[in-house]
Every structure is written in structure tokens, then in C-alpha cells.
Write a protein of this length. Sequence first.
Length: 182
Amino acid sequence: MIFFLSHDIEVSAKGVGIVGLGSIGMEVAKRLEAFGCIILYLSRKKKPFITYPFYSNMLELASNSDALVICCPLNEQTRHTVNKEVMLALGNKGVIVNVGRGSLIDEEELVKCLMEGHIGGAGLDVFENEPNVPQQLLVLDNVILSPHNAAFTNETFMAAAQLVEDNLEAFFSNKSLSHQSN
């Protein structure tokens, strides 16, 4: 989503802060690296085999990033982790992409920051009060919205269906399940 917010944004050599460098964050990093982006990350702990610069502080990550991609899980510690201070630290040319959960961002402050030009843009696949989207976001030309479907492809749908089938067979045969989510 970052790449289509404006025709005049050059992606190459931009610093992209990834919040949550789990399996989804790593896939995002891989793809952004191919575009020549400089990957930075924030995670609960520094990952020993990852060479990207690690940040333990969201404000520092935002201050050193041109864009933030939010991929972390939602919990009590991460709710509204992207708040007004983070958005101001990102700056008026900064872009936020959220493919995690809507409540990771203080949506009310996001709307204000977008409308007042405190950040450059946003790509949102999730919203704080789904399926309700703030009406102000619908008219902004610096926002791209998608209906919480960033991961839905034919391949992922078929893989999920196969996983369900495999697990049902395993369950009714008293075998261990092939995959269990947390």
C-alpha cells in the first residue's frame, strides 16, 4: 500500500519501521528490501539473527522512519501503540500502514493528524471499530482503505481450507493436529 499513496513518493532508500517482526513482519520486510528500503524494526525483544536495526522505543523508531508498517498483535500493551506522539515523530511526510489490528492505532488521532497534515498518509486494512470506518477517512486523498483483506488470496484461502480438512481428519482419527494457532 505504501507505494501507491502518491505518484511522487520514491520508495527506494526510505526507512521503513516495522512494528512486530514476527512471521508477517518478516514477509513485509523481505518485500520492502527488494525495493531498496532500509528496514528498521520494533519487537518485544531483539532478534539475534536479524541484521536490521532494532528499536525498543516506538517514538525512536518513528523518528527514524519514513513509514511505519504495523504488524504486531493487539494486546493491553499494544493498544493505541501508535498514538499522537508517534504520528508527530513520524512527521508530515510519513506514512502509516496498518495490517495488524485497528486498535493498534489511536484512530481518532490518526484522522486528526491526516486532516491537519501532521502525517503524509495512511494505508489501512483494519479499523478500530470494524466494520465502521470513520467517515473523514473516506474523503481524504492521502489514505488508501481496504476491507480487512490484506492476507486473502486464492492461495491462502485454499491453504486454510486444506488445513481445516487435515485437522478434521486428524481429530477424528485421534492424531495430533497439523497446526494449532496461539
